[in-house]
Design a binder for this molecule. Structure first.
Ligand SMILES: Nc1ncnc2c1ncn2[C@@H]1O[C@H](COP(=O)(O)OP(=O)(O)OP(=O)(O)O)[C@@H](O)[C@H]1O
Ligand SMILES: [Mg+2]
Length: 372
């Protein structure tokens, strides 16, 4: 199974950070349309508003913008806001949609002056298209190849000034020459629970749902720092409130609904808990190999490594080591279990290994302090 399949399977889960086609319609209705309406990400918002304002003052399109960060944090939303704030038209395409350089050439040659060209998943552009984009971004020019074989000729075409907005969940995969052609790069971070509460209140207003402050708090704590997940959970809680409650979303409705959907108080779902619990109860906390762990929970290794693990590792509940996966003491505690002494020793050893590797004294506090 490829990474994309793992993503597609992930999108079926309540806690996946990716979205599927049906969900995208629901999302479109909830997207903020202006920078002021975009919650959180203060630095990025401030920097971006300067870039856009300055461009407006100069009467020229702004430099190319790269948006990077994990799924569901607002990259597509921001690209739409950029076009709207500039009063420009937005052309949308994506790395996987551009199979050949010719596909990109036809998009580029149809651009109007000042257009914003949004390229989603820009790290997945094919090599020849990528090279064509370098030239288009830097010199506003493309070479269009006409004819075949010995008679083929490259005809240079001027492009109008335009702004590329690239989005990527994997900035590390972008080749340096491409990264360097963006004048401004914004990295989106996970949202704090307080910011997610504001996302939720905003969505509740739009959907005309009555959402109490403590329910918003409860949902925000289970949303993994991701607005897409917060918006999805509030829709599931609304279902519960309309069918089993009185239509209002209060703390009880939030807790009961999220119990039905098996989303625990820290945002772990059934798969995450299955992985963690197999790790602790079947394998004594590890280390255990990925494929063995996957068999134990009845999933493909890719689903475990790409869907469940990133969040468990980020939360400090499990670790990936050269010898295999391990549960951290916080992971044991989260399941209400006590870690055996050997696990405590192992994590202390792991912390020391990390120290050895980095050879930096200021990580001491971070590696020794249990995170939860
Ligand atoms: N800062 C924000 N304020 C309010 N809502 C937000 C914010 N960021 C994201 N959202 C909501 O979350 C949903 C997902 O955001 P978006 O589609 O922009 O994520 P993305 O980063 O493009 O994800 P992917 O990497 O999967 O393409 C949107 O429908 C939007 O309503
Ligand atoms: Mg997107």
């Amino acid at each position: 199974m490829s990474g994309d399949d793992a993503e597609a399977r992930g999108a079926e889960r309540a806690m996946s950070p990716s979205s599927n086609a049906i969900e995208r319609a629901a999302e479109a209705a909830l997207r903020p349309r202006t920078l002021d309406d975009f919650v959180g990400q203060h630095k990025v918002r401030e920097q971006l508003s300067l870039v856009l304002e300055a461009a407006k003052v100069r009467g020229r399109p702004p430099e190319h913008v790269l948006l990077s960060g994990p799924p569901g944090l607002g990259k597509t939303t921001l690209s739409m806001i950029i076009a709207a704030e500039l009063g420009a038209s937005l052309r949308i395409t994506s790395g996987p949609a551009i199979q050949h350089a010719g596909d990109l050439a036809s998009v580029l040659t149809s651009l109007e002056p000042g257009d914003v060209l949004f390229i989603d998943e820009i790290h997945r552009l094919a090599r020849p298209a990528e090279e064509m984009l370098y030239m288009a971004m830097e010199d506003f020019r493309v070479d269009v190849v006409v004819g075949k074989g010995a008679g083929a000729a490259a005809i240079p075409l001027e492009l109008p000034p335009f702004t590329t907005v690239g989005a990527t969940t994997r900035a590390g995969l972008l080749p340096a020459p491409l990264r360097d052609r963006f004048g401004f790069t914004a990295h989106l971070d996970f949202y704090s629970p307080a910011e997610l509460e504001r996302v939720l209140q905003r969505s509740a207003n739009k959907l005309e749902i009555a959402l109490s402050a403590d329910a918003a708090r409860e949902i925000s704590l289970r949303s993994r720092g991701t607005p897409r997940i917060a918006n999805r959970l509030v829709r599931r809680v609304r279902d519960w409130a309309q069918v089993r409650g009185d239509g209002l979303i209060d703390l009880t409705a939030a807790r009961e609904a999220l119990t039905v959907y098996e989303v625990d108080e820290r945002g772990l779902d059934r798969l995450d808990r299955g992985v963690l619990s197999a790790l602790c109860t079947l394998f004594g906390g590890g280390p255990v190999g990925l494929s063995t762990l996957a068999i134990a929970v009845g999933e493909e290794p890719e689903t475990v490594s790409e869907v469940a693990e990133p969040f468990l590792v980020r939360e400090g509940l499990m670790g990936r080591t050269p010898r295999g996966r391990i549960a951290t003491p916080a992971g044991w505690r989260h399941l209400g279990l006590t870690a055996p002494r050997s696990v405590m020793m192992d994590s202390a050893q792991l912390a020391l290994d990390v120290l050895d590797e980095t050879n930096e004294t200021d990580v001491t506090e971070e590696t020794n302090a249990p995170r939860d």
